[in-house]
Design a protein around this ligand. Structure first.
Ligand SMILES: O=C(O)CC[C@@H](O)C(=O)O
Ligand SMILES: [Zn+2]
Length: 508
C-alpha cells in the first residue's frame, strides 16, 4: 500500500515537473532609450550602467551583473541601476511598475540558486551604493544599516564595539546584508545565534508600487499584529526590495577556539554531536561536517592548509567544532575535556583532533570548511542541493545519489566526477554537491526529480538556506503543499500585481 502510494506520488511529481518547466514568465517590457533618459533625471550618470544611449556601458562591463557566481544563469539585461537612497529606489520601482519593466534586485551576487540575476532583460537594481551604517546602539546592540553593506564590513564596524553580526558565511567578503535578509541566509553559526527571522528587528522595504514601507523598528518586543517584515525575509526580492535592515548584534565572544576532528566513520557524527552539546553546552557555536572526498578537493585546490597525513589517515569524514565563550582557560579546559573523553573511550568516536593554537591557526582551520564551495567550483560544474534531511541520513543521501549516478553510467571523469557532502550538522542542513565536468541535460535528468523525491521521502526540505531562486522553482511542490503555494501566489499578486519583482524566481 505504502509502496504504491509512493510510486503514484512519483508519477504525479514527474508530471508536475514537466508542466512547471514549460511555464512562461510574465510578459514584461524591455528598457529603451526613453527609460534611460527618465532615470537620468534623478540618478547621476555614474549610477546608470547601460548599453543603451546615451549611456555607453559595454556588455562585458555588465557581465558580472548578468551572470551568477556559478556561471550557470545568464541574464540579458541592458541596464544596471545603482541608487544611493531608498527614495531613489522608490522612484525607479514606481516608474518600472508603471511601464511594466521587470526588476531584479541584486546584492553581492553570491547566491547559489540563480535568484540574483535576470532570466531575461530585466533591469538590475544593484544595492552596492547603499552601504552606510545608519546607527548602532552599544547598549541594546541594535545595528541599523543600508541593505548594500557588505557582511564583513559590518563585522569590522562592530568589532571595536565588542559586538558581532549574528550571521557568518563563507561569502562574507562580498555578500550584502540586504541579500542575506532577502534570502534568509543561514550560514555557519545559526546553531548559536538562530535564524534571521529572529535577529532581524525591522526592515525598510520599497514595495513594487514605489511605497517605502518603513518598518525599521529597533524594538525587541513589538506585538502589534501582523509582523510584515517576516514576509520579506527569504522572499528573494519577489515582494519588494529591502533597502535597510535593523538587526540585533550579539556580544562578541571573549574567547574563540576551534578543532577539526577526524572520524573513522560517518555514524559517529551523531553521537559526537550529542556529546559536544552535553560537554560544551552554551559555548558550542558551530558544528560543521565535511566528507573525506570534499576535503581532498579543498586540499587539491589550495583552500586552507592541509592537515597532516597522519591526522587524515583512516578518516571517513571530518567535523569542525567551534566554541565561543567568555573565558579562555575555561573554554580550553572544556574543549580539551571533550577531546580527551572522545579519544579515551573504549570505542573512540574520533581518530584525532587538530586543535588551533593561535588566531592564525583558528582561521586556517575555518578556511578549509569555508573554502569547500570554492574548491568544488574549481573542480567542475556543481549541481547544488542544499537540503534539510534528518542528520542520520546525511551519508545515505550522498551514497544513494552517487550509486544512482553510477547506475546511469554517469560516474566518470567526463560526466560526474564527484558526489560529495558537507554542511551544518547543528541545523540538519546538508550540501549535496554533484560535481560534473559540465552542466548537461543528461546529468540533470538523472538528478531531478531523483534528489527531490529522495528529500521528500525523508520529509525534508529542498532548500534549507540558499532559497528557491530560479533553480528550484519547478520543485517547490516537494516542500510546500498545494495550499501553501496557492497562498504564496496570492500574497505575491497582492504585493506585485504586475509581476515586475524578480520575475521567474521562487514562484512560477
Ligand atoms: O557550496 C555549497 O553548496 C554550500 C555553500 C554554503 O552554504 C556553505 O555552507 O558553505
Ligand atoms: Zn551552508
Amino acid at each position: 500500500m505504502l509502496a504504491s502510494r509512493y510510486i503514484s506520488h512519483r508519477l504525479a511529481s514527474r508530471q508536475l515537473l514537466r508542466r512547471a518547466h514549460s511555464a512562461a514568465l510574465p510578459k514584461l517590457n524591455s528598457v529603451d532609450a526613453d527609460d534611460i533618459a527618465h532615470f537620468s533625471k534623478f540618478l547621476p550618470s555614474s549610477a546608470i550602467l547601460s548599453t543603451l544611449p546615451p549611456a555607453s556601458t559595454t556588455s562585458s562591463e555588465l557581465s558580472p551583473f548578468n551572470n551568477d557566481w556559478m556561471n550557470k544563469y545568464h541574464g540579458k539585461s541592458t541596464t544596471v541601476l545603482r541608487p544611493r537612497t531608498a527614495q531613489e529606489v522608490s522612484e525607479i520601482v514606481k516608474y518600472c511598475n508603471e511601464r511594466g519593466i521587470g526588476i531584479v534586485p541584486q546584492g553581492g551576487n553570491t547566491g547559489l540558486v540563480g535568484g540574483g540575476v535576470p532570466l531575461q532583460d530585466e533591469v538590475i537594481l544593484s544595492l552596492g551604493n547603499m552601504n552606510k551604517v545608519r546607527s548602532f546602539d552599544p547598549v541594546s546592540g541594535i545595528l541599523v544599516a543600508d541593505a548594500g553593506c557588505i557582511l564583513e564590513s559590518l563585522s569590522e564596524y562592530l568589532s571595536p564595539h565588542h559586538h558581532i553580526v549574528p550571521l557568518d558565511l563563507g561569502a562574507k567578503g562580498s555578500c550584502q546584508i540586504g541579500g542575506n535578509v532577502s534570502t534568509n541566509a543561514g550560514g555557519l553559526r545559526l546553531l548559536r545565534y538562530g535564524s534571521l527571522h529572529g535577529s532581524v528587528l525591522g526592515l525598510e522595504v520599497v514595495l513594487p508600487d514605489g511605497t517605502i514601507l518603513n518598518q525599521l523598528s529597533t524594538l525587541r518586543k513589538d506585538n502589534t499584529g501582523y509582523d510584515l517584515k517576516q514576509l520579506f525575509i527569504g522572499a528573494e526580492g519577489t515582494l519588494g526590495i529591502v533597502t535597510g535592515v535593523s538587526i540585533l548584534a550579539a556580544p562578541a565572544p571573549q574567547s574563540s577556539n576551534n578543532v577539526i576532528l577526524a572520524l573513522p566513520k560517518f555514524d559517529n557524527v551523531l553521537p559526537l554531536f550529542v556529546e559536544a552539546k552535553k560537554q560544551l553546552s552554551e559555548i558550542l557555536s558551530a558544528f560543521e561536517f565535511f566528507d573525506r572526498e570534499v576535503y581532498e578537493l579543498a586540499v587539491k585546490h589550495g583552500q586552507g592548509r592541509a592537515l597532516n597525513e597522519e591526522d587524515v589517515a583512516g578518516a571517513e569524514c571530518f567535523v569542525l567544532v567551534e566554541t565561543s565563550g567568555g573565558k579562555r582557560e575555561h573554554d580550553e579546559e572544556k574543549l580539551n575535556g571533550l577531546l580527551e573523553s572522545l579519544m579515551e573511550s573504549d570505542t573512540p568516536l574520533i581518530n584525532t583532533g587538530v586543535l588551533s593554537q593561535s588566531p592564525s591557526q583558528f582561521s586556517q582551520l575555518w578556511a578549509i570548511r569555508e573554502g569547500l564551495t570554492e574548491a568544488v567550483s574549481k573542480e567542475g560544474k556543481a549541481y547544488k542541493y542544499d537540503i534539510s534531511v534528518p542528520l542520520a541520513k546525511f551519508k545515505e543521501v550522498v551514497d544513494t545519489t552517487r550509486e544512482h549516478i553510477r547506475s546511469k553510467g554517469l560516474l566518470h571523469d567526463d560526466a560526474v566526477k564527484h558526489v560529495v557532502g558537507y554542511g551544518h550538522v547543528g541545523d540538519g542542513n546538508l550540501h549535496l554537491n554533484v560535481v560534473a565536468a559540465n552542466y548537461t541535460p543528461e546529468i540533470e535528468a538523472a538528478l531531478e526529480p531523483f534528489v527531490y523525491e529522495l528529500v521528500a521521502s525523508y520529509k525534508g526540505s529542498i532548500s534549507a538556506e540558499h532559497g528557491i531562486g530560479a533553480m528550484k522553482v519547478h520543485a517547490l511542490q516537494y516542500s510546500k503543499s498545494a495550499e501553501s503555494i496557492e497562498w504564496m501566489k496570492r500574497i505575491k499578486k497582492l504585493f506585485d500585481p504586475r509581476g515586475i519583482m524578480n520575475p521567474g524566481k521562487v514562484l512560477e
